[in-house]
Ligand binder design. Structure first.
Ligand SMILES: C[S@@+](CC[C@H](N)C(=O)[O-])C[C@H]1O[C@@H](n2cnc3c(N)ncnc32)[C@H](O)[C@@H]1O
Length: 289
């Protein structure tokens, strides 16, 4: 039997609601055709005849949860690249890292730096963070550095963990970094070396389940180009979760096109567009940096 796999308004509403409940992702009505086209291969491979049957499979079949993960992989936008929005990495090395060095010496704190790449996709952001961090702290070998990188998309995470990228994917990486931190494993494939891999832990985490429990606080959180896709109520919950899990003077980096605006803006001080510092110290950003 040949299927056209058209999606009805009712089927779209059911799947949209399910996706919202599972991920916080908010699909506009104009995403109906997008959803149908992304999921039609799943219907075919599961021998289902309609999106209603697919919905029932997701919520009722013993393999529904596994399928849910596959569906999430198909509908999330994983666009990323090495050193995307590169001013953020410059800001880290010229402002944030020197600030932490100074503050640690002045306050005799433990030389530790914990970074979280929240919504890391296929890992380019986390590896970029690892490269600039390793370069900067190389001369301070007693510093303990850890990077946690999380995402909801299991397939993206598997690629991130493997740390293998094509020539095209690695093209945005400056040559010096490529030489220092990657090695060729096939004519067109490069693998991140152990120095980077030791710094990063990749884990599944659904941000919409905020608040977060890590047993530690982070000095820097990168959550760039992620909350833009989420429902305002979920965004708010996540920002509050970041606030709780940031160190008292920790930094939050959002994507260039994102801002806190009405989302608990009062919790953070704006340091420079898209970069925030936790406001609990109540002093001006200039005084802190
Ligand atoms: C456009 S990518 C951004 C990747 C990277 N942060 C960057 O800016 O290059 C967005 C990522 O957010 C992830 N994401 C979307 N909703 C999420 C959620 N509820 N929890 C965790 N990750 C989520 C997607 O799977 C995707 O990998």
């Amino acid at each position: 039997m040949k299927h056209s796999f058209d999606i009805t308004d009712n089927e779209f509403e059911l799947l949209k609601g399910l996706i919202y409940n599972q991920t916080g992702i908010c699909l506009d009505d104009c995403k109906k055709a997008f959803l149908a086209s992304r999921l039609k291969k799943r219907l075919a491979s599961l021998h289902l005849n309609s999106f209603k049957e697919y919905y029932n499979y997701l919520i009722g079949h013993p393999r529904g949860q596994k399928e849910m993960m596959q569906m999430i992989s198909l509908i999330t936008t994983g666009k990323t690249e090495f050193f995307r929005e590169e001013e953020h990495f410059k800001f880290l090395t010229t402002n944030v890292f020197p600030y932490f060095l100074k503050r640690t010496i002045a306050n005799q704190r433990r030389p530790e730096l914990y970074i979280w790449s929240a919504g890391c996709s296929t890992g380019e952001e986390a590896y970029s963070l690892a490269m600039v961090t390793n370069d900067f702290f190389n001369v301070y070998p007693y510093w303990q550095i850890e990077i946690l990188a999380t995402d909801i998309d299991i397939e993206a995470l598997n690629k991130a963990k493997a740390g293998i990228y094509t020539e095209k994917e690695i093209s945005s990486l400056p040559l010096t970094y490529r030489k220092r931190y990657f090695h060729r494993i096939e004519p067109q494939k490069f693998k991140a070396n152990d120095t980077l891999r030791r710094l990063i832990t990749f884990k599944y985490l659904n941000l919409s389940t905020a608040p977060f429990y890590f047993g530690r606080r982070f000095d820097v959180i990168f959550c760039r180009n992620v909350i833009i896709y989420l429902h305002p109520e979920i965004k708010k919950k996540i920002i509050q979760g970041f606030y709780t899990t940031l160190a008292d003077d920790g930094f939050l980096f959002l994507g260039h096109s994102e801002s806190l605006l009405s989302l608990d803006r009062g919790l953070f001080s704006l340091v420079t567009p898209s970069i925030y510092q936790k406001a609990s110290l109540g002093i001006s950003s200039n005084a802190r940096l």
